[in-house]
Design a protein around this ligand. Sequence first.
Ligand code: NAD
Length: 710
Amino acid sequence: MTPAPATDFSRFEHLTSLIPKENVSTVTREEIKHDPAPILVLTLASEAGESRPNILGPQTLINLGKAFDQVRLELAESADKYAAVVVTAEGPAFVAGADLSISRLVTTKEDGALVAELGHVAYDLLEDLPVPTIALVNGVAIGGGLELALAADYRIVSEDVKNLSLPEAFLGLVPGWGGVYRLPRLIGPKAALRVMVDDPLSNNRVLSASEAVELGIMDLQLPADDFRSAGLDWVKQELEAASLSAQRQPERTWSEQDWKDAYAAAEKTIASRTRGIPPAPAKVLEAVVFAERGDAEGSRNAQIEILSELILTTEFQNTVYSYMELLQKRAKRPAGVPTDVQPRPISKVGVVGAGLMASQLALVFAQALQVPVHMTDINEDAANRGLGFVEKQLAKQVDRGKLSTEQAAGLKDLVTAGTDQQAFSDADFVIEAIFEELELKKQVLSGLEEIISPDCILATNTSSLSVSAMAEALAHPERLIGFHFFNPVASMPLIEIVRTESTDETALATAFQLAKTLRKTPILVKDATAFVVNRVLLRFMSEIQRAFDEGTDAQTVDNALSEFGLPMTPFDLLALVGLPVAQHVTESLHASFGDRFHVSENLQRLIDANITSVWQQDDSGDKHIPAATAELLTQGDRVRSAEEIRDQVFTGLAEEIDLLLDEGVVAGPEEVDLGMILGAGWPVYRGGITPYLDQQGYSQQVRGRNFHAE
Ligand code: NAD
């Protein structure tokens, strides 16, 4: 018998030169004694050691493919050489997904197709082995990592694994290394589309080990202690019972109606979560349709075609930038953290005010720091209202099962309120969240200095006033810092930390540490009116309101940017923020920067008439301007098209961000993007805003160069 030829991987070799810094993993082999034939264990391990999880770049995929191929050849020569093949990994992860640097480094469709095909070649070799194959999933299995496990006949997971997921639809890809084909066949189309569409579009929800077992993705979970040997014992036991089969087929099949229902549900999810703007989620659906209708070969070709297109999209590139550069790197290692001073410990917090923001602040401080928090307001009623809010929120958390009754009672005891600021005398951190009036804030802060201890840090939650002007009123301006939260405080992940010329390193270090304890992402900003997020947001709103005031109809103005993917239209955002608040901040910005910030007379008339929204929505969801509102509005005669409005808005944003960077308000465009994503919900697949401005040519047009170098 002539030996079977080895699989040729040479056509994939040049992919490795595209990714010179690949974190390569190699495959080691170990034979575990068993009668009549040993079990072969293939272990994937990063060459850089256990601190770096396995990720799938081209070289690692080739290594995997060659390891599976060698087993195939050995078994072709001697069919009973191994009783079973186990695939597992060393270190804390199984496989943490594909190497996402392909988003920058793979630049042609041909290479994209090769990357896609390589995964199929490698995984199909595993799937086709003529002996039972078992994935021992020792840690996270994300994207291509989970797809690798899906190519095995059996999957056993360690019960402490918290992240099993296929996040491709979020990232801008599809699970196109076989996931779209294998998963629906294994667990049914409805559950599979939940994992491949619903979960990624729900803030990247992930499955735990037990959830994956429940869904049928994993066959079994075993205790984390000594997982590998427990897994191998299971394999031995099943081999002895002769209950493992090679090329195991899914146990169930699914009716046409099952598939149809699953598609309808996924389409609905995509429409509601993304309005179909980024292409990837719909492509997942398309790939699953192919997988349902075609054979493995047809599905494989469709997956390769779809992936090769998506790899080149700006949506994928921007999401990788948002995810890797911003949310992984910048958010975890923020620019500007002092390295040479220690943050002050905080064992009591003071909050001045007990209004909308102050009462939310009191709650998050108590929950995250587990220290006493005292609020003060101008009278007992206001103080009690703040306290009432805290109690109500705690009760809600108990109802939702997030807190036990005892925990809620403990937190309730931590939060107190009154009118006497003497209670701040032993606080380590006091933040004011009173009315947005400079003179009032100055007066309150300087009054606090008489009461607080010399080491106490003072903070302001102002949205738009000058922190430096407040510092001028203080005997010790070095301890004042801006600590700008976003509403609603519990769910908004961003804090702008505002440094003045006089803020010292201790105050800064304490603010960064506090943000971390609150599990918020901080961005350091220099004191400048409205800081970053509100300045960018209100420049955007100014251009929209300007276009309306000058003569374009409300529908056109409000929907001109619908394809950009904002979480809501500008006029809906106005209603959410509150017309007076938006106007007030715009006035501050206008006072500092002039006509770039448009103080709308129309908006002022609505505010004066106590109107809270431009639109009224009828039962069918249609929006219209009520007659009483329309009567108050006057418009000019300059009618712009939607395209002209888009140009005006994006040109304005490029100009404003350029100025922000010139003024040194933030360290770089990355901070602006991080702020817009976390503070305003701007789309990750646009990279926040600056990559989009580069890609659309606005950066070149306005500033003669891009925000990001090629
Ligand atoms: P709010 O009107 O709900 O609350 C302000 C509270 O401060 C009131 O209860 C008032 O009685 C109290 N107060 C006024 N003077 C006081 C004094 N001398 N001593 C003690 N209490 C006093 O306002 P808010 O929306 O909570 O805003 C508070 C601050 O937070 C403002 O600076 C605002 O710009 C900022 N902020 C607001 C938001 C938001 O979305 N509302 C977001 C971020 C920051």
